[in-house]
Design a binder for this molecule. Structure first.
Ligand SMILES: O=C1C[C@@](O)(C(=O)O)C[C@@H](O)[C@@H]1O
Length: 306
């Protein structure tokens, strides 16, 4: 019996004491690789700090302090370009997230055109383009067909350094969008969101691994925290991903008051990017103002690398 199952029983704690270490560690086949699945046992994996940094526009994501992303919340293109010009001049920012969903349900070709102009306005910042579904924090429901058409248009005739694709979509569509993006040199974040709860540690790890299997360059998860323990769950799952399962950059966070700490602890726990607000305009609860966030990240970076 696996140790994790013993923990699940009423007598788990007592029973775990007598489980011999040799039985406690198990591994399973996932793809072609053998990976430890019982993290309770600290089974050897890919080792601490095995992340391979991803270089985009001269910035190395996964190296040094977490990189700062400011999301746009503009509701029309003119305001979007103006906002991006402002972001372009902000030293604190590494990346901008162009949240095209906030512009409304435009035609795919219109979104492609908007992203071209947005890309120019963003100067030397990394440009992430996101169409966020209504179930995941966006303003409207974007069905798979429309969602696929928008991203295909952005990839083919728009402009982006990175796109954000949602994990729980039609699997074939996601695979083909990842392929199309990579063929154009565009990196891919695959993301998952939960607004009603924080999944347990094993489930978070499973979702991040699934993103990896879909070919994401950056693995992402944003969940709502309702307690300090929820935030710890996200940080522990992220740290275990980094220790045992993945060498890809990650972007994990818990939203809301109890999630705030997860937005600044990435260098210690394995989240290589973080979202921050500008001018009080946040795209999710708990985002810290960009300059303040940078100052905390820099302080932590210096303390961790004396
Ligand atoms: O998915 C995410 C994460 C986020 O929800 C946050 O919690 O900071 C903000 C969104 O703009 C982004 O697309």
């Amino acid at each position: 019996m696996q140790r994790r199952h013993l923990f699940g029983t009423a007598f788990g704690a007592a029973a775990a004491v007598v489980v011999p270490a040799a039985e406690a560690s198990v591994s399973d086949h996932f793809g072609e690789k053998m990976r430890p699945i019982d993290t309770e046992n600290r089974a050897p994996g890919w080792g601490v700090g095995a992340v391979k940094p991803l270089e985009v526009k001269g910035r190395r994501i996964g190296e040094g302090r977490p990189k700062l992303i400011a999301p746009t919340t503009s509701k029309n293109p003119a305001d979007l370009y103006q906002t991006l010009e402002k972001f372009a001049g902000m030293e604190a920012l590494d990346m901008v997230e162009v949240r095209i969903d906030y512009l409304g349900k435009l035609a795919p070709a219109e979104f492609a055109e908007v992203t071209q102009k947005a890309y120019k306005a963003a100067g030397d910042k990394i440009v992430l383009v996101t169409l966020r579904n209504g179930t995941d924090g966006g303003p409207f429901i974007a069905e798979d067909k429309y969602y696929g058409d928008v991203y295909r248009a952005v990839i083919e005739s728009g402009k982006a350094d990175i796109i954000d694709l949602e994990l729980f979509r039609d699997a074939d569509m996601i695979r083909s969008l990842v392929k199309a993006a990579h063929a154009k040199g565009i990196k891919v974040i695959i993301s998952d969101h939960e607004f009603k709860f924080t999944p347990d540690e094993g489930e978070i790890i499973r979702r991040l691994l699934l993103e990896q299997e879909f070919g994401a360059d950056i693995l992402k998860l944003a969940v709502m925290a309702f307690s300090p323990e929820d935030a710890l769950t996200v940080m522990t799952a992220t740290a275990k991903m980094r220790h045992y399962y993945s060498d890809r950059p990650m972007l994990t966070m818990a939203m809301g008051k109890w999630g705030v700490l997860t937005r600044i602890t990435g260098e210690g726990f394995g989240s290589d990017l973080t979202f921050a607000s500008v001018g009080g305009k946040a795209s999710a609860p708990g985002q810290i103002p960009a300059e303040e966030c940078l100052s905390v990240l820099d302080t932590l970076h210096r303390a961790m690398n004396p």
